[in-house]
Design a protein around this ligand. Sequence first.
Ligand code: ADP
Length: 397
Amino acid sequence: MKILVVNCGSSSLKYQLIDMTTKDTVGIGLVERIGLEGAVLTHRTASGEKEVITTEIPNHTVAIELVLKALVSPTYGAVNDLKEIAAVGHRVVHGGENFAKSAIIDSAVMQAIQDCIEIAPLHNPPNISGIEACQKLMPGIPQVAVFDTAFHQTMPDYAYLYGLTYELYEKYKIRRYGFHGTSHKYVSQRAAALLGKPAEELKLITCHLGNGSSITAIKGGKSIETSMGFTPLQGLLMGTRSGDLDPATVTYIMRKENLSSDQMDNFLNKKCGVLGVSGVSSDFRDIEKAAEEGNYRAKIALEIFAYQAKKYIGTYAAALNGVDAIIFTAGLGENSFTMRAAICANMSYLGVEIDEEKNKVRGVEADVSKTNASCRVLVIPTNEELMIALDTFELTR
Ligand code: ADP
């Protein structure tokens, strides 16, 4: 049984075809610049051979059409017939309070995803376009929505409510939702397997550190608190996002710099974070290089990041009343041993002791703590696509 995983952005579409018997990816690719000049589909076969198709791709339906054509291509395709694709799993960013789990898409689910556009205006519309395109081109094949927010729906009310008026929560559903849920769930399940203990018995802190970063406290397999909030802007400072601020700075900057709310939104999301502090780049590799060369602003950007992550871990250890393991994942978490070491330095009060040699790993599953450290530190590459495929498989088999 094969499952197609689709992740639609406003002008991009990532896909993977996964064989559920072996859990292997048998076809993978990316469509870029949908609706723009220079649109391109880059497809890779299971063995990594690349096929690049440049053509006009005005919308997501045409993009999906090209993807399906690539998947059945006699020369570089992955299946002989589209009938071999049993179901499609869609990444949907925002499920609001409607979804604590993935769901088979019917008209009620579609309406609920549409209802969330108001709180996810940038993300849910392209997700909907992807679903509609697949419904049109693959009629009768079940479609499943897997939400970034669903895993965090187990947070208790005292964790998700802000210190705003309760009426604003009732009126506009302003509350903490949390994102990267599929990734936090995946790595927490892998951690339980690696630690050889049932998830129900574990207290974990999962650190998804990439362009976007979030940290989650997981008790007994359930998210009880996470650093992103109403939008993915809250929490740690990130590649280009500011993360946590004194809310008063927002109105102060708007007045001082004469910015509209849209301009301020853009500023906080695109120009801040480690890019804004370092003035070098949003990519941690560039910043690490600049810091090594003595650039003060690059050095301080990395220090702020590590310090904020350390504080979140401390807060979540308090919320969990202890921690069995800290898990690092995503681009930075999986690859940067210097960042992992900086975050975990001076955490002996939690029983955290990193083994310098073991920590020198990149992108593989590993326990990087000293043998007798009471809190384990694990590196676990995330695999959101596999998690989406597994949920889709469960719901549709
Ligand atoms: P996204 O949030 O876009 O999915 P990723 O999880 O792919 O992001 O993470 C991308 C980021 O990971 C890059 O911007 C880079 O800062 C960081 N990264 C990737 N590889 C390394 C590395 N070897 N060393 C340090 N940082 C890295």
